[in-house]
Ligand binder design. Sequence first.
Ligand code: FUL
Length: 478
Amino acid sequence: MIPRITLLAALSLLAFSCNKQVEPPAAFGPLPSAAQLAWHEMEMNAFVHFTTNTFTGKEWGYGDEDTAIFNPTAFDADQWISTFKDAGFKGVILTCKHHDGFCLWPSAFTEHSVKNSPFKKDVVKEVSEACKRHGLKFGIYVSPWDRNHPQYGSPEYIQYYRNQLDELFTNYGPIFEMWFDGANGGDGFYGGKREARKINGATYYDWPTTLDLVRKHNPDVIFFSDAGPGVRWVGNERGTAGETNWNTITPDTLFAGKGGIENLLNTGSENGTRWIPAEVDVSIRPGWFYHAKEDSLVKSPEKLFQIYLTSVGRGSTLLLNIPPDRRGLIHQNDVAALKALRALLDETFKTNLAEKANVSASLVRGDAKQYAANNVSDKNPETYWTLNDNDTSGTLEFTFDKPQLVKYVLLQEYIKLGQRVKSFVIEAKAGDTWNVIGEGTTIGYKRIVKVEPIETTAVRITIRDAKACPVISNIELY
Ligand code: FUL
């Protein structure tokens, strides 16, 4: 019989090692706001380009279009939004006004709007209400560049632009994201209808004042522009975030429309001073607007899947443009492509092999259970595996009870404590040897690596380098 005193001592020792109080790592570097975190979690949003261009075949209208041409014959916002919802999109951003200045809502400040079209209906209202019905968030694109407005280029126009934002935020909220397009934000391009009208993009729009105004309506609205401050442009329209993608950037000298910063925006800056993640905007068709001649050029589900990997799979949010046609419907080819994309995503990411694997780690912060390796496979995004403050590398091993085919590895950092990882490698066991099957640099909110497909009994992930001790909340294997 074990003496009572020894048993008690053993039990209290056990209790001590399980409940050992180890401080969590301190936050490191710039952090996302609550609204930015929510934006990261949306992962996929739909962009909708719709205006007079849909009826003229143009991409950039001159602003002198007759409002009579805007006349969709079978407009159905529910068809758009239910299509997007089925595909997995969480939000929608609508071009309430594109560069031609035509307003999809009956603005009190201009005659160049739906109110003077035969269609008459308030498209912004129809779409924002359909979003509410289907549980998607609603966002707006309101082009600063306006080729219809006679005062574009003068201070009066800025007041006009602000009045319109006021109208939109008052009547169609809540609005989760607001797009400040960079076109004609620099000092190139042509300004008004068909004549040149130069502006100084760095100062003309006076963004800080506009932002303050909009924040009075919604303090949490995410502002997209080349330079943020909510989210930044990714530097291209091909659907590709940087293989290295820092959520941080130093925006001091940046502004919407500033040219020559595409590479910087694509990768972000490792030591950037602000959390301004990249949003990947790309169109399902060659153009942003619907053109019948592009019906056969809708991106294939396989191409869209690739884009998913280079956007969501690189820690960005995908903003996929799906333009309604002249009927005011999402064309059947686009609907079919989205359905097939959804099926591809569901099939690829169906069985997470990490859930049934045995997970172990080379190191655990303070040897404490609350930071153990299996936190990365427990489905709880609030628990994580982490190391002691000075440790910037460590290894996780997943062992299966029988060989499994592994094709994709999904990793997530606990970004509430900052973005840290700089380099990682993925290996798989073949017999007694470990083979490298993939590697990468940054992780951030989410990283999906397409590895060399392999039948294996174990996968090993090594964080090779990090700015501070890595904090990994989730790993999935497919
Ligand atoms: C660009 C615009 O000029 C295009 O027409 C489109 O709206 C795209 C999303 O942004 O800057």
